[in-house]
Design a protein. Sequence first.
Length: 349
Amino acid sequence: MIQYEKVALTGFACELPENQISSAEIEKQLSPLYERLHLPEGRLELMTGIRERRFWNPGSSPSNGSVRAAKKLLQNTGTAADEIGCLVHCSVSRDFVEPATSTVVQRELGLRHDTINFDISNACLGMVSGIMVLANMIELGQIECGLAVCGENAGPLLENTIRTLNADLSLTRKSVKGHFASLTIGSAAAAVLLKRYTPGITAHRLLACAASSDCSSNHLCQGDASGGMTDKSAPLMETDSQELLQQGVRVAAQMWENLKRVSSWNEQTPDLICSHQVGKFHRELLYKTLHLPLEKDFSTFPILGNCGSASLPATCALAAEEGRLLSGHKLAMLGIGSGINAAGLAVQW
């Protein structure tokens, strides 16, 4: 648990892919599986609340989206590239195993040669982890300004999951459940800018962060080792969705207790709550367990699905664009990632 005195969360930005695909369209592509197992159409949207999700054009790499989101954020905040002291790339998706995808983003943004850059990987919690690292560097006086970016490219995962489910005749109604979460994944890119807080000059203070984990449950959601998320990769992911839901919310409840202690907040303090976007049952159980008012929630999963590490910052960016996040608001950012890790940020917007 950490309190911050010197950190401003200056802004969010997101970039959404060009192509939309509905849950109904995915089920049409899965018609061989649905017909063989006699699965009812409409179950994907009914069970998740996800109507559609988005995907990049063929040939797009994770860094493409990251660069677009970063450029948008720098322009919106009037920040010059040479102000950035550290860049972290935080996606599950990467251009390649080596070098760090951050090197591509650093080059495309034209950052200084002495700007620190590296990748952080922490499943869907990657961007929150990146924010925490940059905030610590600013608080310690190591940098004045840091940029966290991510570009999630879920197209290869969805395409390979559909191919596998249609081709594997050994699958049953029970065994197919492990692939269900992969059908909820979408693509998006996001960027978050942090600066040293100066009263009267910088706004949007980062007040505190807290975390909790239970790594005995790291088997509940695992992706294979088929490389990054590019057109040439063929990733698969297996998830025990029901157990992950229960255990993830349990870990999040521990994290929320820690965040309340370090920030002196309570359940009624936040004006707006943005959480990692999974689906409607996850949202309902999370808010019920943490005793948070659901009317303060801002969600994007119905139109974006689960966009991995981009889900939480993209949701915050869209909340600001739509006028739900206003100056003076207290913003609670709550993230959960497979592993299981949970982390939360308290922000005075």
